[in-house]
Design a protein around this ligand. Sequence first.
Ligand code: GLY
Length: 259
Amino acid sequence: MAHNGNQVAMTRGVSPAMARCELTHLGRQTLDVDRAERQHAAYEVCLVSLGCRLERLPADPDLPDCVFIEDTAVVVAEVAVITRPGAPSRQRETDAVADALAQFRTLLRIEAPGTLDGGDVLRVGRVLYVGASGRTNAAGIAQLTGRLQPFGYTVVSVAMSGCLHLKTAVTAVTDGTLLVNRSWVDPAAFAGFQLVDVDPAEPWGANVLRVGDALVYPTAFPRTRARLEALGLDVRLVEVDELAKAEGAVTCCSLVLTA
Ligand code: GLY
């Protein structure tokens, strides 16, 4: 497949220590790291099939959650904001990602006492909705506002509860349509959008990765997938259930940016 302009998907390998990952809303299950690696590799193949050039960073054996690279940076057209992840065990993940992103963007940073996970940041156009989660604090949201307002972005703090990140609860499937689990976020924050609800039997199904007009989506949520396909959306399936045991989803495993 030809590359899609200058679209880059930055990923990071699965840590051999992934079984020691952070867990907040899930119980610890036996995690097969080899299977997680195979699923991650297939996810990367899917991104390449959508025209992305892969920029893959090596895993770090001391950073169990390093595959979830999305949490380490918020990348917009003008700059990249290197985050300060809310879980102390994850804060060193940013070093390698900052080094890699420096070839593409000027870097800005979230600094203590701010914390912010990229999984809490849902960007739609020039608005960034940021979940006030257990990982992202008010200082982090204020700093993100200060970093991005000069470039014409608006940052909106969104109350949420019951799940790890804002993007566990809501993601965009088009510029005007959001896929949402209303149990975890009040959709009043998203006035003006068309809302598609996850199927009630699939509460974890609200996380979808947009790449161009395509949607990368887990095989695990067939009922919600049918709702997306009924809208005429181009859904590309990936099996990520082993990665999901580590409380990660499809957006978490990449930073997609225009080089
Ligand atoms: N295991 C993913 C996270 O808790 O950040």
